[in-house]
Design a protein around this ligand. Structure first.
Ligand SMILES: [Zn+2]
Length: 313
């Protein structure tokens, strides 16, 4: 049971991104995540506001932002959906959702730092596949990278750890931050799987730690990987803020991958990350929703993770 209220940033506009009927990254995901969070004992729900242009410019270069502005203009004039890549489509309503998803992740980070608490951005679309100048894998802006850059803009924040437990490798976040000494990027993911990056045998940069789990891996392999490699790396890094790319598609019910995690694994990892945030960051931990495509699994595992990051003991 939760002991401290979880501050959640969300907005109904995040359900307005619906460019393609039948797409797995569907509007119902927002309701499913919120249904899980609503079962917490204490919840403090706040509006996810649109990301600022100043914030966007810290990660995404002007030509990419100009290209997206052109796409948005075309959608407005033609009233139809447009594809940014094979998996990533935008239509009327999409850009309001995209801006609020990024803004909510940034607000979650700011509030976690200011109030020394755990926060959760219940937003969509996700962000971790988006590169600085490329939409990819349902993602347009890289929400968690924007949150990290926003936090690092504060003089009091020197180091940010970005922890990604989505079943897919966070290629965009890795590409944006590889080689930096103020960001540590850690990922557990199914390997091989889309997008094909994240091979642990390839040393990308000293600030990148990838663990690939073969299809069929379950709770034990997942927890062992975090205990042996990922959690100790966060501890050594001594971050001022723990950010989490919280994707729930490694759940056994998820249709897009073949890991076998259970609800309680998300509680367990949330609790571990909460402990590290309390040790190093005065409790500052901000999570942002990434994947998770079985609606029941999303409800249950978001709740379990939220209980983990807010638990008193
Ligand atoms: Zn995913």
């Amino acid at each position: 049971m939760s002991a401290t209220p979880l501050i959640v940033f969300t907005d109904p506009a995040c359900a307005g991104h619906a460019p393609l009927p039948g797409h797995p990254e569907c509007p119902e995901r927002l309701r499913a995540a919120l249904d899980g969070l609503a079962q917490l004992d204490e919840l403090d729900v706040r509006e996810a506001e649109a990301v600022s242009g100043e914030c966007l410019a810290r990660i995404h270069p002007a030509p990419y932002l100009d290209e997206l502005a052109g796409v948005e203009q075309r959608i407005r004039s033609e009233q139809r959906s447009i594809s940014l890549d094979g998996d990533t489509h935008v239509g009327p309503g999409s850009f309001d959702a995209i801006r609020r998803a990024a803004g909510g992740a940034c607000q979650a980070a700011r509030t976690a730092l200011a109030d020394r608490v755990a926060t959760f951005a219940a937003v969509r679309p996700p962000g971790h596949h988006a590169e600085a100048a490329r939409a990819m894998g349902f993602c347009v802006y890289n929400n968690i990278a924007l949150a990290a850059a926003d936090a690092l803009h504060r003089p009091s924040v020197r180091r940010v750890a970005v922890c990604d437990f989505d079943v897919h490798h966070g290629n965009g976040t890795e590409a944006i931050f590889a080689g930096r000494d103020d960001v540590l990027f850690l990922s557990s993911h199914q390997h091989p799987l889309y997008p094909g990056t994240g091979d642990p045998m390839l040393g990308v940069a000293p600030n990148v730690v990838n663990v690939g789990l073969p299809p069929g891996s379950g709770s034990n392999q997942f927890r062992d990987a975090w205990l042996a490699e990922l959690l100790p790396a966060i501890d050594r890094f001594q971050p001022d803020l723990v950010l989490v790319s919280a994707g729930f598609d490694a759940h056994w019910r998820d249709p897009l991958a073949q890991l076998e995690l259970k609800d309680e694994d998300y509680f367990w990892l949330g609790h571990q990350l909460r402990d590290l945030a309390r040790s190093h960051c005065n409790g500052a931990l901000a999570a942002s929703l990434e994947g998770g495509y079985d609606l029941q699994a999303l409800t249950d595992s978001v709740l379990a993770f939220a209980e983990g990051i807010t638990s008193a003991h």
